[in-house]
Design a protein around this ligand. Structure first.
Ligand SMILES: *Cc1c(COP(=O)(O)O)cnc(C)c1O
Length: 154
């Protein structure tokens, strides 16, 4: 049997979510501005995407809005984050480096650590992008790139 050589990013995202411990019924935070694959990957593992506001400067997830929302809505119990309104577990956040603009990773990582969320970087559009002199992708628990022909790799 031949191995498939190309794993599409949506699949890599899905695998990252599973490895991060996302289970059916969980909620996962994704940015409001992204390609549909980000939210699809969340849906493919049976979780529910929850859309977070984007920031004007980076076009990515807005750390201060996320913090505000989590402070109002989330509660950490026994090392896990729960949405007080829905009762569901919030397990992870997927940050997207939109059009190659790196999101502000430091505050996002700090917030995710405080609220016990795994941070996954969707860097489909950000091959060659740097945050604080280090390539994006290596900051979160998982980072994924895309080798699709319509992305920066070509
Ligand atoms: C294109 C894109 C994807 C999907 O990548 P594929 O390799 O085509 O599956 C996922 N997320 C974002 C932000 C994208 O732009």
């Amino acid at each position: 049997m031949r191995l498939r050589k190309r794993v599409v990013l949506a699949t890599a995202l899905q695998i990252s979510l599973l490895l991060a411990g996302v289970r059916p019924g969980d909620e996962v935070i994704v940015p409001a501005l992204t390609f549909v694959a980000t939210a699809n990957a969340v849906a493919y593992v049976g979780a529910q995407p929850h859309f977070a506001d984007s920031e004007e400067k980076t076009l990515g997830m807005d750390p201060s809005k996320l913090e505000e929302w989590l402070s109002e809505t989330a509660v950490v119990r026994e090392g896990e984050c729960f949405n007080r309104r829905t009762g569901k577990r919030i397990k992870a956040a997927v940050a997207v480096h939109v059009f190659g603009h790196p999101v502000d990773l430091d505050p996002l990582l700090e917030i995710c650590q405080r609220f016990k969320l795994e941070l996954i970087e969707d860097a489909a559009e950000a091959l060659g992008s740097f945050y604080k002199n280090r390539h994006v992708v290596g900051w979160g628990r998982f980072g994924v790139l895309s080798f699709n022909g319509n992305k920066t790799v070509t």
